[in-house]
Design a binder for this molecule. Structure first.
Ligand code: FAD
Ligand code: NAD
Length: 466
């Protein structure tokens, strides 16, 4: 009889866990994946990346039709009406198709789905739905959940004070939505409901939106979202909330202290960050401690301090992004199978899928300056022929390179398709490219990506079109 039931048990079937489980099975490991949700795919596929992008795409189409933007192309429309139920059904369809697809991939790759929430009995034993399963190795990929804001209680069923999951499921467009937190979730979901007709006010504690992004990008973001009609209250904190009937009343204060004000809303979205899912996992049973931020620390190969226990994704340090979790899933499976799995955490792109999109990879200008002398090339989308033709003037591409070696240290882009454009920058950086390498690479015309080439040319001080 085998010493263990499985070579590997993965706890959590998000983009970290399910990808890791499939990769491990491909490498010949007998693998099971524990998941307590009714469907596979984790936060990302069920209540994150996918449903939010479905609503962003649909709401963008609605806004284009409703605000008359299509008229210049000769598309004449009568009265444009929103069928929110149809949009929500389209979202549900996308989620169902993709989560069902993972179930199919599990069967195809012979990954067993252990249904229920897993809890460690010891480092090699996980209890699921009252039954104990053993494995030589266990990967913790339990992801993250919304960080609560004391004094502002979320109740997704009532739909008045909601988190991202509630904001993805609203059955009616709120007249006034207040978003607490001007980060990725607040701006993406705030954009959805603004496009569908809500007045949206964003309350952000810091003096700029989108923490973690390049300073220029953050400044430009505030201008763009204001121009689109969002009200921004930067440097402001929410100190409390109450709900009466169908309305919420929020009290706000300047972050640095001062006179408070009151704001009424039909819907409040709490989006102030996410924290690792570790409660109830039985980490004390295996002696695994958390760091000060409640995360599981790992070595570079994703092993924890406990022999045979590994961790990946949102529950470990680093950006909380699906593609980061998936790359770690592949790497941890390869390491467990005796290969060498590596993730280059210096080159993880991040994208905000609003319109325009905001994207970046590598160091911000501020971070790069702290490390040494740099050169920066910047090219406005207004001077890019394709963006200009498509009436998409907002944004720029910025390439940051080491002043001595010309090695690309970071790239930032605001453009309608910045999320797609940033892949080129990530690949260039992964290959150790210089700005000259990008500048002398032939880019197809007319594409938005030519702005990347021109920004790279700008590092040497010689763009053509400005
Ligand atoms: P998760 O996806 O959170 O999956 C963990 C899974 O583990 C969950 O299904 C959970 O049920 C399960 N689990 C937890 N504990 C246990 C247990 N004890 N036993 C069994 N199962 C357990 N990222 C992007 O890169 N791009 C985007 O566009 C994007 N959009 C987002 C939009 C929203 C609204 C949100 C909330 C997040 C978004 N993210 C996006 C972030 C992305 O969803 C996460 O970074 C990603 O899902 C993390 O993957 P993970 O595998 O670490 O964890
Ligand atoms: P975030 O960290 O992006 O933004 C939270 C914002 O809330 C910050 O700007 C912070 O300063 C602000 N804040 C914190 N406390 C506050 C308070 N009391 N009052 C007012 N503002 C306050 O977090 P998020 O938007 O909740 O997203 C969570 C995670 O999900 C992120 O790490 C992100 O990577 C991931 N995500 C990614 C995408 C994407 O890749 N497109 C989309 C959605 C979510």
């Amino acid at each position: 009889m085998a010493e263990y039931d499985y070579d590997l048990i993965v706890i959590g079937a998000g983009p970290g866990g399910y990808v890791g489980a499939i990769r491990a099975a491909q490498l010949g490991l007998k693998t099971a994946c524990v998941e307590g949700r009714d469907t596979l795919g984790g936060t990302c596929l069920n209540v994150g990346c996918i449903p939010s992008k479905a609503l962003l795409h649909g709401s963008e189409k609605f806004e284009e039709a409703a605000n008359g933007a299509l008229a210049r192309y000769g598309v004449k429309l009568g009265k444009v009406e929103l069928d929110l139920a149809a949009l929500q059904a389209d979202k549900a369809d996308a989620v169902k198709g993709l989560t069902g697809g993972i179930e199919f991939l599990f069967k195809k790759n012979k990954v067993d789905w252990l249904k229920g929430y897993g809890k460690f009995k010891d480092a090699h034993t996980v209890e699921v739905a009252g039954k104990a399963y053993t494995a030589r190795n266990v990967v913790i990929a339990t992801g993250s959940s919304v960080t609560p804001l004391p004094g502002v209680e979320v109740d997704n069923d009532k739909g008045i004070i909601v988190d991202s999951t509630g904001a993805l499921a609203l059955g009616k467009v709120p007249a006034h939505m207040v978003v607490i937190g001007g980060g990725v979730i607040g701006l993406e979901l705030g954009s959805v409901w603004r496009r569908l007709g809500a007045k949206v006010t964003v309350v952000e504690f810091l003096d700029a939106l989108l923490p973690g992004m390049d300073g220029d990008v953050r400044k430009e973001a505030a201008k763009i979202f204001k121009k689109q009609g969002m009200e921004l209250k930067l440097g402001t904190k929410v100190t409390g909330a109450s709900v009466k009937g169908k309305k919420a009343t929020l009290t706000l204060e300047p972050a640095k202290g001062g006179a408070s004000e009151v704001l009424e809303a039909d819907c409040v979205l709490v989006s102030i960050g996410r924290r690792p899912n570790v409660d109830g996992l039985g980490l004390d049973a295996i002696g695994l401690e958390l760091n000060a931020r409640g995360q599981i620390e790992t070595e570079h190969d994703f092993r924890t301090k406990v022999d045979g226990v590994w961790a990946i994704g949102d529950c470990i340090p680093g950006p909380m992004l699906a593609h980061k979790a998936s790359d770690e899933g592949i790497a941890v499976a390869e390491n467990i199978a005796g290969q060498t799995g590596i993730v280059n955490h210096d080159v993880i792109p991040g994208v905000v899928y609003t319109s325009p999109e905001f994207a970046g990879v590598g160091l911000t200008e501020e971070q790069a300056k702290e490390r040494g002398e740099i050169k920066v090339g910047k090219f406005p989308m207004m001077a890019n022929s394709r963006a200009k033709t498509n009436h998409e003037p907002d944004g720029f591409v910025k390439v940051i390179a080491d002043a001595k070696t010309d090695k690309v240290l970071g790239v930032w882009a605001i453009a309608s398709v910045a999320g797609t454009m940033i892949a080129e920058a990530a690949l260039a950086m992964e290959f150790g490219a210089t700005s000259e390498d990008i500048a002398y690479t032939c880019h197809a015309h007319p594409t938005h990506s030519e702005a990347m080439k021109e920004a790279a040319m700008g590092v040497m001080g010689k763009p053509i079109h400005i």
